[in-house]
Design a protein around this ligand. Sequence first.
Ligand code: GLU
Length: 502
Amino acid sequence: MEVRTRFAPSPTGYLHLGGLRTALYTYLYARRMGGKFILRIEDTDQEREVPGAVEKIYESLRRAGLHWDEGPDVGGPCGPYIQTQRRDLYLPYAKELVEKGAAYYCFCTKERLDEERRKAEAEGKTFKYDKHCLHMPKEEIERRLAAGEPYVIRQNVPLEGKAGFDDVLYGHVEVDCSTLDDTILIKADGLPTYNFANVIDDHLMGITHVTRGTEYLSSAPKYNLLYEAFGWTPPIYVHLPPVMREDVRKEKDGTLIPDEDGNPVMITRKLSKRYGDPGFEDLLDQGYLTEAIINFMVLIGWSPRSEREFFTLKELEEAFDLEGINKSPALFDMDKLTWFNAEYIRRLSEEEFYEKALPWISQGVDAEKFDTRRIAQLLHDRTEVLNRIPGMISFLADMPAFETSLYTHKKMKTDPAVALEILKEVRPVLEGVSDWSETTLHDTVIEWIAASGRKNGQVLWPLRIAVSGLANTPGGAFEILYLLGREESLRRLDASVAQLEA
Ligand code: GLU
């Protein structure tokens, strides 16, 4: 049996990280089993569709490297792969269910349903459709259909008994039919609901494994009743636990919801863009590398059952299995992602890093005026996320204001007074350097330090601060002097001396 998996997003927005992880697991399982990965767009809820979202989903999946074997714009034997383009295909199946008694026409008006809902609420009950139209005589149905009255088709869930299904992670899941509602299968606009379309399409597309979020666990028994009514074999279900995040309790607009004493409350909640969590594209825009995001996301909820942490997508295609998926909700940890990212950045070749870093370097300094290759070399080992680069190098473009207390360093044996003395002494030495290269700067200054009987740190610490204004910089004094150039270096040195004398 060929394994066929599908990722079936609704185009209601960008690809969020939970969605990316579902897509990733779905893709990886198909690859691991030598099967097919299918992309299906579930757009039957037209009201919720966001313009441009379909294209965004394609783009995100491509950027993630998850190429689909069948789907929109690549085609395949089970197309079309966009549900609204399959719209005429669902009604005959719904009618077949009506014939079988597993579904029925419903002509109830919105007013009636609203009234019923209101009554249920007043009694403190969850609203459940009362099968009002179930026993309508055939002639009346035909007459009303012929008259063009709006209708829906509902699933006829048995009043008694149990409905269940088997899940790879959750085992046998079973509910009392009495808890299930007669879900609408075909809406008044003629389109199927998700509840119907997912069953029909999974069957027609020969899907063997359904991987999706646990939010569908409670509806899956109903889907299985449909499979049974059709006499079809249901797919193997793998419901994936949600990706969670620890956060302070807050409103969607970011306002804190503190406890009675006004203290922030830590909670664990589902990862969600509405609370400001980044989506996949956001992370890419911030300078997280695709490979790092993929590696990090796969390990949220899946374990290779070894100490191994680093996997390329190719390696995951060999290693991934359903047994390694963890049933309990997984925690998204931004620091861990950043750690992975820094590792992946370090593993880039010098050239690869330069290419990725250059747009960011250009945001921090005027790339025409600086040796950007040298800047990139200095940044390579200390860059965790690319978007931090401009902040790390902006001191090269503009000398930051700083306090003279920065010169105080016990181990280096410097303070503002020592610094002033040293800076005044070293200035003519620097001025005398004719070839402003790192090597010459280094050799000249180090030689002078040796001759002066001082320690390197005692000179280099204040020197670096005097020209950078910072305690931490990518590169040391010589690299910074070189990057700034002779004129700017001396200008900064003079200004810093003046500041110390003031
Ligand atoms: N269209 C559903 C969603 O976006 C997918 C559910 C499924 O995979 O069956 O949540």
